[in-house]
Design a protein around this ligand. Structure first.
Ligand SMILES: *Cc1c(COP(=O)(O)O)cnc(C)c1O
Length: 386
């Protein structure tokens, strides 16, 4: 029931273990098939063939053409290329200098947008969300201006699991003629990434959130979207992302995506039952507990709470000693824990935001894991409030 270290991992939103299929798929490309895909000879051709096959796998999954896929080093780089590349190109082309993002974006989006505002002459507008973390499509419509360069709204939030109505927002942006980016890094394992249904122009994914390796991701860029490369060099990836492609990791990401395709339906039926069992147990049996994020419009593997009066860092430490790995709203390293901006955006007080716990399930989670977890959670909370 436990893994070989007697530990139970409940932090799949932070990262996932690699699928065995992904590890096996990439091994030949670390060994005999090591060629550079830009080389003319057979070694290169072999690598090039693998690269293009992976591109087709991604394009098929996203319902786009292969020319619209750019491989990157992960979710962060995809977000950077989308925001930086599109905002700067739009400014050059149309003089558009207004960037619209939500208050619940990942730092890869929000800090990039802040830098564009601080150093590159953009005006940043941050859209408020409701108390469940939902971005209102109508509010997006109201706030788009004639000079809006780009809109970026997260698909499913990493801290609170809330899912946004991306296709509604996409429709509005398209009507207004404004490029629309969505960070789909957390959504990839569970939700449809069909870019036609979603009506997005740019979509970020990162492999390590869906059983692929860390340090690899992709950006979908709709044909015709203004974009300036943010990394220049040898001109790989249609000139939009120079640098020799990481073939082993691209192959592993592609295998991980096939793994997701095979299991997504099953996860979407089993995980919400486990998730809801935990949510109900916590809300019914733990005093001063509350759910953060939306009750139903949330990722199937995602449960997140606040416990009034509790220091989440202390709680995480006790749980870790008991063998359970989960996280708080934001990743704060040693020392000075800052309350999560996402939780503050929901209207929570600073103290309440510092009492958060995120429990994210995944392919190996069982009801026994959650029963053991709930038991230790309850007693540790009692310990901390005693
Ligand atoms: C993890 C994550 C990222 C960053 O992805 P990396 O591949 O770790 O760079 C971006 N956005 C969201 C929503 C994430 O969960």
């Amino acid at each position: 029931m436990l893994n070989k270290f007697n530990r139970i991992y409940l932090d799949y939103a932070a990262t996932t273990p690699m699928a065995q299929e992904a590890i096996e798929a990439m091994m030949p490309f670390l060994q005999e098939e090591f060629g550079n895909p830009s080389s003319i000879h057979r070694f290169g051709q072999q690598a090039e063939a693998a690269l293009e096959e992976c591109r087709e796998t991604l394009a098929h999954h996203l319902n786009c053409s292969v020319e619209e896929i750019v491989f990157t080093s992960g979710g962060t780089e995809s977000d950077n290329l989308a925001l930086r590349g599109c905002a700067i190109a739009r400014k050059e082309k149309n003089g558009a200098n207004h960037i619209l993002i939500s208050a619940v974006e990942h730092h890869a989006v929000s800090h990039t947008a802040e830098q564009l505002a601080r150093h590159f002459g953009f005006e940043l507008e941050i859209l408020e969300v409701d108390s469940k973390g939902v971005v209102s499509p109508e509010l997006v419509r109201e706030r788009i201006r004639p000079n809006t360069a780009l809109v970026s709204i997260i698909y499913a939030n990493n801290e609170i699991g809330t899912i946004n109505q991306i296709s509604e927002i996409g429709k509005i942006c398209r009507e207004k003629g404004v490029p629309f980016h969505s960070d789909a890094v957390q959504a990839t394992a569970y939700l449809s990434l069909d870019v036609e249904d979603l009506e997005v122009d740019l979509l970020s994914i990162g492999a390590h959130k869906f059983y692929g390796p860390k340090g690899i991701g992709a950006l979908y860029i709709r044909k015709g979207t203004p974009i300036l490369p943010t990394q220049t060099g040898g001109g790989q990836e249609w000139g939009l992302r120079s640098g020799t492609q990481n073939i082993p990791y691209i192959v592993a990401m592609s295998a991980a995506l096939r793994f997701v395709q095979q299991h997504q339906k099953q996860w979407n039926s089993t995980l919400p039952i486990l998730r809801d069992w935990l949510i109900d147990r916590v809300l019914d049996h733990i005093p001063n507990s509350a759910l953060t994020g939306h009750r139903s419009q949330r990722l199937p593997n995602h449960a997140s709470f606040v416990f009034k009066g509790i220091d989440s860092q202390k709680l995480l430490t006790l749980l870790d000693v008991d063998g359970f790995a989960c996280s708080s709203g934001s990743a704060c390293k040693t020392g000075n824990p800052a309350p999560s901006e996402v939780l503050l955006a929901l209207g929570l007080s600073k103290d309440l935001a510092l009492s958060s716990l995120r429990v994210t399930l995944g392919k190996d989670t069982t009801s026994e894991h959650l029963e053991l977890f709930f038991d230790r959670l309850k007693s540790n909370l009692e310990k901390l409030t005693a």
